[in-house]
Design a protein around this ligand. Structure first.
Ligand code: C2E
Ligand code: CA
Ligand code: CA
Length: 912
């Protein structure tokens, strides 16, 4: 086949060319099988020669074609195989020609024998070349193993075959040598084959075809050799088939696509000694000597024993060498593994130490640094090398030195890790809080291992938590717990040195108003500002605290005298009076202060001191805003009274002990009564008449203001309806309503029900609410007010101008009447400022189309002035004090009207 044709075949593409290659291999095998079968069955010279030619030469072609097709990188072995096969073909053709054509029995030796014997070295060389390529470098173990097998089988061959030929008397020396040559060559082949089998190269199908083909070859050779010794060999028999199978395998190995991979080198170390190989290596030598001794009589021969013994010794020595090699390899591998493992562990440990967030330091017993991890750079800022050889003492804060060194050396001597927290000097001069655990290395010269970590953040957190537990989060002042503790300490200390000590109790008067009208943010801002002013007023040795809400306390220690406490209280009040700029408004911090002083001989409990100061504060509050009062034991009574009244409120309400008084409201233009304001009274069975200024705050605190207010509303509406029905005039009934009532969702319904039940026309009812209703957040309250308005009632804004609501919000509220508070009216005859306030309110009311009622008119001049301001209505002691409904009846029935003089009172109607 020409070279060009193969290029065409290659050009078919991968699939086409694969099919051609498979076809080639299949065809080759088929032809070989057919030729073998024909060769077995035929007898004729032509057939014998023909089949022999096909059987012998086709593999040669296959070998050369394989090289061409698959282009192995080293084609030399295949060419050697082809050359060997060609030798066989020549030998066979000579043999067959002599036997069948010339009809002569081939002699021993014949010309064919030369060609035959030439095949072996060629094949063996080819195989060796394969082995050499497959496993680059020396594989001593494989070589030894191959030698071991070869020598063992060589002994067998020698004993069973060679020794016989050499001893056969009727053969010429050349014939003897020729006969012995085959087994010798077989041994050679076997040696190379076992070398191939023991290597760790690739094992593609081609490998198995090549190695497997050797087996029938060797078997046929042995049978042939044995037959020749006994002259029983007949050519063309079954023995021939063994050879043909070998040829076929050889050719197939070359035609199989995997042939190119056969002698590709494989990287890697020595192969493991597998079970089969180990079995073969141990059994073959033992078996061969046993067989030789048992089944031959070589030992009778003079040359026998030395050969057998020498071989056995050699085999034994080789096995020993092999075992030794294995042992050494094992030891080397183990050592390598151990080394690798140790290196890994060391490295891992090193990395662990170096990357540890903890600072690990090894110091001598005198604290000289001997080893330092790099983490010190991050924690303290030093380079590890800078610290080596220096003494750790230089880094420890002088105050912490005794405890730190003590713990470290204790940790050393007790052989137990000891932990200490101390301050360590950083490179930048700052200190960190560090926790150091010291343990000792028990060596000849002991050293300490110190594991240090930065606990500054933890410390800060602990500090913060501690602070939180004892401080008010809003103002940062001490809380009640810490304050009581400080007072206790101060009292304890005082028992040693007799210096006066005082507790101030401070309560803001207007906090609720600020909170309600400006919102909680403004309230908080006010508290913070008050705390700040408090601090500024005090010495560092004094302790200010926030007890909760708008209550503050101050502990004053080491006072020069008792009067100093009152001085401080006055100073604080003065400081609070200068306005606070809050939420774009200026707010004056009105406060009441109670002062409790510790008597020289008494040792009170801190709680008692606080309670006394609080009682004094209530007294101060009752005396008007912005004052301070020093506690006296009688104030206990006031305090106790407060508590008692709160308790009695409920029963009094249930038992109907309350009363309502009515204060007339007049038209300032003609002095006629146009309405009344209902004012609650508590005629207490044992304590006498109690005013609303005292019990209304208690009722609001306890929530009882809701039922109390409802009751007052019922009374007012009932009386109003009665006056109305009696034709005593259309009289407006003003009823004070507290925020707590409005916030009650049932309130509107109740008002409607009471109006319905009493029969009072709704437009005659005026609900008086305070300015806190205008607060930012009270949109729900606004809705409540609107629903009240829908009932037809009128709404009055009480004490207008004392709160802090923005006047612009007023427009959005359904207010009908503004009430000018008494303080503004008070100033009217005296100063222009207060007059101006009253005037502003009347002007505003006119703009907003609201009515104005002036409260607390006590003088004729006030009336006259308010009248000039076009304030239409007024109430006050000048006209009439609040009085029972019956008194109002009298006034109305006699048609009383106020005049500029008290003489205006009709004698019969003058109040008692
Ligand atoms: P208010 O609503 O501002 O009532 C007017 C207060 O001024 C009344 O005090 C009245 O007696 C007093 N007053 C009127 N004219 C004069 C005067 O010429 N000179 C002086 N010095 N005082 C005058 P009262 O009755 O002691 O009530 C005090 C406060 O108690 C009321 O102030 C009101 O806020 C509250 N109050 C009274 N009754 C009730 C009630 O039933 N419900 C609610 N929520 N609060 C009430
Ligand atoms: Ca009122
Ligand atoms: Ca008022």
């Amino acid at each position: 086949m020409s070279h060009g044709a193969w290029r065409v075949a290659d050009g078919w593409g991968v699939r086409g060319s694969l099919r051609v290659r498979a076809g080639l291999l299949g065809g080759f095998v088929a032809v070989m099988v057919a030729a073998g079968a024909i060769g077995l069955g035929s007898d004729g010279a032509a057939a014998e020669l023909g089949t022999t030619a096909v059987e012998d030469l086709l593999p040669v072609a296959a070998l050369l074609l394989g090289v061409r097709l698959y282009r192995p990188r080293r084609p030399a072995p295949w060419r050697l195989f082809a050359a060997g096969q060609a030798c066989v073909a020549v030998g066979d053709l000579i043999y067959d020609y002599d036997s069948y054509v010339r009809g002569v029995e081939p002699g021993l030796p014949s010309a064919a024998d030369g060609w035959y014997l030439a095949m072996y070295p060629l094949i063996a060389t080819g195989m060796l070349a394969v082995v050499r390529r497959r496993v680059p470098g020396r594989d001593l173990a494989a070589l030894l193993d191959a030698l071991l097998i070869t020598i063992a089988l060589g002994l067998l061959t020698w004993a069973f075959l060679i020794e016989r030929y050499l001893g056969t008397a009727d053969l010429s020396p050349l014939a003897q040598l020729t006969s012995a040559g085959y087994p010798l060559m077989d041994v050679l082949l076997l040696a190379v084959l076992s070398r191939l089998l023991f290597d760790r190269g690739p094992r593609p199908p081609s490998f198995y075809l090549l190695a497997g083909g050797m087996l029938p070859l060797l078997l046929s050779d042995i049978v042939f050799a044995a037959g020749r010794t006994t002259s029983t060999f007949e050519p063309g028999g079954i023995v021939d088939s063994g050879w043909v199978v070998y040829y076929a395998c050889l050719g197939a190995a070359a035609l199989h696509p995997s042939m190119a991979r056969l002698n590709e080198p494989v990287p890697g170390g020595a192969p493991r000694l597998r079970g089969i190989r180990f079995g073969v290596l141990t059994s073959v030598p033992a078996l061969s000597t046993t067989l030789v001794i048992a089944f031959t009589d070589v030992l009778d021969d003079p040359a026998g024993p030395p050969v057998v013994i020498a071989t056995s010794v050699l085999l034994w020595a080789m096995a020993l060498g092999r075992a030794n090699g294995l042992l050494r390899q094992l030891r080397r591998t183990t050592a390598l593994n151990e080394d690798l493992h140790r290196r890994e562990t060391d490295e891992r440990f090193q990395r662990l130490i170096e990357n540890s967030s903890d600072v690990i330091t090894v110091v001598d017993t005198d604290l000289t640094v001997r080893y330092q991890t790099p983490s010190v750079r991050r924690v303290l800022g030093y380079e590890p090398d800078d610290l080596l050889g220096t003494n750790l003492i230089a880094l420890i804060h002088p105050d912490d030195l005794p405890v730190a060194t003590g713990s470290i050396t204790a940790g050393g001597t007790r052989r137990l890790p000891a932990s200490v927290v101390c301050r360590l000097l950083c490179r930048d001069g700052s200190y960190i809080h560090a926790e150091t655990v010291a343990s000792t290395v028990p060596t000849a010269s002991p050293q300490y291992v110190l594991t240090t970590r930065d606990v500054t953040a933890r410390r800060a957190l602990e500090e913060q938590l501690r602070h939180q537990a004892f401080h008010d989060s809003l103002t940062g002042l001490a809380n009640r717990a810490l304050f009581v503790d400080r007072v206790r300490h101060a009292l304890d200390r005082r028992s040693l040195a007799d210096s006066p000590l005082a507790v101030l109790f401070l309560d803001l008067d207007n906090f609720r108003t600020v909170n309600d009208s400006l919102g909680h943010d403004a309230g908080d801002a006010l508290l913070i500002a008050v705390a700040e002013r408090l601090r500024l007023c005090l010495r560092s040795s004094d302790t200010p605290a926030r007890l909760g809400g708008d209550e503050f306390a101050v502990l004053l220690e080491d006072l020069t005298d008792r009067a100093e406490a009152a001085t401080v209280a006055a100073r604080i009040l003065a400081a609070l009076r200068s306005p606070f700029p809050l939420a774009e408004q200026e707010i004056t911090g009105w406060a009441s202060v109670g002062v409790a002083l510790v008597d020289l001989d008494a040792i009170p409990r801190p709680e008692d001191l606080l309670r006394d100061a609080e009682a004094a504060m209530f007294v101060a509050k009752s005396q008007g805003r912005g004052g301070h009062v020093v506690f006296t034991p009688t104030m206990h009574a006031a305090m106790v009274r407060r508590l008692a009244l709160t308790a009695e409120l409920r029963t009094s309400l249930v038992e109907g002990q309350f009363a309502v008084h009515y204060q007339p409201i007049l038209s300032l233009s003609d002095g006629r009564i146009t309405g009344v304001e209902t004012l609650a009274r508590w005629p207490h069975p044992t304590r006498g008449m109690i005013g609303p200024d005292e019990f209304i705050p208690l009722a609001e605190e306890s929530g009882l203001i809701v039922p109390l207010g409802r009751w007052v509303l019922e009374q007012g509406c009932t009386e109003g309806a009665r006056w109305h029905a009696a034709g005593l005039g259309p009289l407006t009934i003003g009823v004070n309503v507290s925020l707590r009532q409005i916030e009650d969702p049932a309130f509107t319904g109740e008002v409607a029900a009471i109006l319905g039940a009493s029969g009072l026309p709704p437009h005659l009812l005026t609900l008086e609410i305070t300015e806190s209703f205008l607060a930012e957040e009270s949109d729900s309250v606004l809705e409540r007010l609107r629903s009240l308005k829908r009932l037809g009632v009128r709404l009055a804004l009480d004490d207008f101008g004392t709160g802090y609501s923005s006047l612009s919000r007023l427009r959005g509220f359904p207010i009908d009447i503004l009430k000018i508070p008494k303080p503004f009216v008070d100033g009217i005859p005296h100063g222009a400022d207060q007059s101006a306030l009253a005037r502003t309110i009347t002007d505003l009311a006119r703009t907003l189309r609201m009515d104005v009622v002036a409260e607390g008119i006590e003088h004729w001049e006030q009336w006259a002035e308010l009248h000039r301001m076009a304030c239409h209505y007024g109430q006050g002691y000048y006209f009439a004090k609040p009085m029972p409904a019956g008194e109002i009846d009298k006034l109305l029935r006699c048609g009383w009207r106020a005049g500029p003089l008290e003489l205006a009172w009709p004698a019969q109607a003058r109040p008692a």
